[in-house]
Design a binder for this molecule. Sequence first.
Ligand code: SAH
Length: 193
Amino acid sequence: MSRQDSDIREYFTRMDRSFYMDKDKRLARFDQAVSIGHGQTISQPSLVLAMTLALDVQPESRVLEIGTGSGFQTDLLASSSDSVYTVERIEPLHHRAKEKLTEAGFTNIYFKLGDGSLGWKAHSPYDRIMVTAAAPKVNETLLEQLKPGGKMVIPVGDSLDQELRLIEKDQLGEVTSSFLERVMFVQLIEDTV
Ligand code: SAH
């Protein structure tokens, strides 16, 4: 196990998920998904950790996260990378996560309210992209915002059956995709304008 992986695991064991929950705080310590309101959920902690390790986040990585949600995953990413650019489309969740992560003392997280299926072009390209809502296919716009040598973790599929995939872009821009595990995330909603 690399030093970075053991640091991430060590930090993860000290995290208190209840800090990011408004209600049913007693459920925080169980390894199960919990509701954060607005029809959204925080994944089970073991999956949040597995996705972060699969993304191979490095201390110098600039990370784009789609689906801020409660901010729990953002916390783990921000503590193990250079900076996180996180996009959420539901306004109360965006505000709440910003409040909590600021209260937790983070100064390397940038928040955006909007449709994350468009990524966040102004700060692209990114070393790593974490998508925490499921899309029917790998999003081309996000792929464009990934650096050569970059990695993306994304759940792909419909509302009942999704594959968590690791997408890697090599230095020449060639993209490969590998299967990690079967998962069930809420849908990535593409806002029509
Ligand atoms: N990572 C979060 C859990 C996210 S649940 C956590 O740790 O709590 C998925 C989140 O993706 C929800 O908050 C949902 O509102 C958001 N989402 C769905 N479609 C989106 C889109 N197109 N752009 C930005 N956020 C989106």
